[in-house]
Design a protein around this ligand. Sequence first.
Ligand code: C2E
Ligand code: MG
Ligand code: MG
Ligand code: MG
Length: 290
Amino acid sequence: QTKKSGRNGFNFFAPTMSVGAVERLHLEHDLRLAMQRNEFMLYYQPQVDLHSGKLIGVEALCRWQHPQMGVLLPNLFIPMAEDLGLIDELGLRMVEMGCRQMMAWDQAGLQVPRLAVNLSVRELERSQLPQQIADILQRTGLNPARLELEVTESKLMRHADMAIQALNALRALGITLAIDDFGTGYSSLSYLKRLPLHRLKIDRSFIRDLTHDVNDDSIARAIIALGHNLGFEVLAEGIESREQAEFLSGEGCLEGQGYLYSRPMTADELQLHWQATLEPHLKPNAPPNA
Ligand code: C2E
Ligand code: MG
Ligand code: MG
Ligand code: MG
């Protein structure tokens, strides 16, 4: 039931492919084993300043290197990990892996300003979470100001009362917080104002038809204004064309990520790719640095 994909020559499950009951049982069994065998890894997608194209951060995206099926995408196994009660452990491992990678890039001379890690709202329910994140920062040595945690808007709003406390405790560590997939979750604006957020990420469903669908143009414009009025940075996800990027930066959206700039890639690939673009003076024939 795997689908051949050209990307990296791996077999991918299409994210939309539904999993049958028997297959699901197998996968659940495999997922427990995968925790023991540490089969999870992070891909990293650059986040850029839309004006300069400069690297302002990376978003860490979890992948499961399944021994038979190849690289599996999170929409397939994160909900499963939530159901099986494995998400707490998996989430902490991803935060730690990402923090360690940031320190390794520092060592290698690639300064990635910020690491964003996705958090499942289920993880926020755990009262130990802030202390566990603090421990990871301590262990790895990453400056808390360089860590951002992202939570999906729709899930957050369904648990808003609980979330406010959890987010405040995380905020107190000196990390930043982002609301992910914004625009799809029916946010109560009064809640939004009370949440200690730094960044609002416009859902990519509004970016897709930008400059071709006047309704999406208006929605994107309204979300950017709303975010700024509430004091948040605004980042657009899923940017695939120059037209979209130009529209967004013209409307005052300063940050973005998407296939136009880069697909998610392994830590090594990211280092190769961005070291080259960030240090043109190291390339032969480039003009000397002023
Ligand atoms: P997300 O946080 O909204 O991440 C962005 C998703 O959009 C990623 O899918 C990314 O590969 C994809 N993407 C980026 N640029 C483009 C583009 O230009 N066009 C299109 N069509 N897609 C783009 P991915 O990696 O499959 O992740 C899906 C979701 O899984 C994430 O959505 C996030 O909610 C969740 N997720 C990923 N890693 C983790 C994790 O470690 N923990 C938890 N709890 N959730 C995770
Ligand atoms: Mg995200
Ligand atoms: Mg998102
Ligand atoms: Mg999304």
